[in-house]
Design a protein around this ligand. Sequence first.
Ligand SMILES: Nc1ncnc2c1ncn2[C@@H]1O[C@H](COP(=O)(O)OP(=O)(O)OP(=O)(O)O)[C@@H](O)[C@H]1O
Length: 255
Amino acid sequence: MNILTGKSITKKFGNNEKNSVYALKSIDVTFEKGSFTAIMGTSGSGKSTLLNMISGLDTPTKGSLFFKDINLKELDDDELTSLRNKYYGFVFQFFHLIPVMNVMDNITLPNYFTQEKRNEHSLKKRARSILNDLGIEQLATSFPSELSGGQQQRVAIARALINQPEILLADEPTGSLDSNTSILVMEQLQRLNSEHKQTIITVTHDAKVAAYADRVLMMHDGYIVEEQTLSKLDHYENKVMYLSQLLNSIGRKNK
Ligand SMILES: Nc1ncnc2c1ncn2[C@@H]1O[C@H](COP(=O)(O)OP(=O)(O)OP(=O)(O)O)[C@@H](O)[C@H]1O
């Protein structure tokens, strides 16, 4: 079942013909429920723009996006906000935790913005269970400044999961982490996908990160130029090598 469908999505920035940029050029794309997709590509290829369209943070100039059978174009701003709060969880490169709140309060905060609020007891129980899943249950009363980058990102993932989102969107989730910590974070995302069937879409320029996904969309100049299923390659190292070569060849071909 497709959880997201994009039909002929075009995004043009700028109004006059001289200065306008087509960040997305009539893209057709689908995401299946329970899938783990990485969007890769050269710099400026349209990865973040595509993510913004998917999440309804920005609207396409042409084309339509469907969350299940809901056409995002038909929603007003309030309806879009409540759809995002209910069905989407977001993880960013910089964790955006609130420094004056401890981990438990950071994680439970998004619940106060949804229509389906949990009571205090059930909310904390869910938060503890997510922290446990992510291996950071001992950090519940710590403050962000007391945590390493990898721990902060795991807290940010926990926060993104508190409302049981149907889709977890991650924009360069390991962009500010060292390579060992990146691996730890990606392993957690992979586990969420395999054990909890969490649908995940991540943007990355890093083959080592994308290799954790089971499908990769390669973008260049506003197009999806390749789509690859990775599960047929068995070893992680083979996936990394394959994706690095693919990214390089796209960069070279289009110079
Ligand atoms: N708000 C904006 N106004 C004008 N142009 C924009 C805007 N946002 C993106 N662009 C342009 O659209 C194109 C795609 O940008 P986008 O940020 O989606 O690429 P990206 O693949 O995420 O790049 P990077 O990997 O460097 O973050 C680029 O040419 C960019 O300059």
